[in-house]
Ligand binder design. Sequence first.
Ligand SMILES: [Zn+2]
Length: 221
Amino acid sequence: MAESVAKYVVCPKCQQQSMTNIMISANTVEDTNIRKMVFDETIFRWKCKKCGYSSKYQHPFLYNDIENRFMVYYIPYVERPKVVDQKLETEFADLAGIRKRIVPDINSIKEKIAVFEKGINDMALELTKLAVSDVVAKETSHNVYAGYFTDMDEEKNSISFQFFVGGERRSYIQTTRLEVYKRSLDIVRRYFPKENRKPGFLNIGRAWASSALEKYKSSGR
Ligand SMILES: [Zn+2]
């Protein structure tokens, strides 16, 4: 069942304090609306009871997809490679093979959900994204600030990402052949087979992919 905590929030507009319920965890089986609430971000919105002012409210949230066997723990701005939460480890200790992830932003929580629902290996996806991101940086001569999975099409043999490039964070769609993902999957299976069995919630993003790529290169291949 969804778990909430009551918090006092001071309205930035009317300065009045009011009690608000913050949802801190939910699972897709009992809380059937939760996926929609994450994707339309209503779960991260707060509304002042006094003046009606509404704004984004970033707070930690644990998304638990029981059927697809994964959990995504959104911790705003988290940078650590791993978070071990004793309470959660005890609570879910018997559930072997559950993929547990931490993500630093709302776009990433949506991305992980979409990726795991499609049965995609997120480690291989991040390695693919890193390679494609380098191509985009070269093609546009701009820094790439972020990138997210958008689609995988077996028939068209393609995988697509949306990147945000340059000072204006312009949206840039880049598609590549599925072989790049398959090659990445091969690297993950051969060089990081135990990664998913480690305790705790892993931060599998760009930093992980960069360090994994370094390890792979220094392994002598
Ligand atoms: Zn207010």
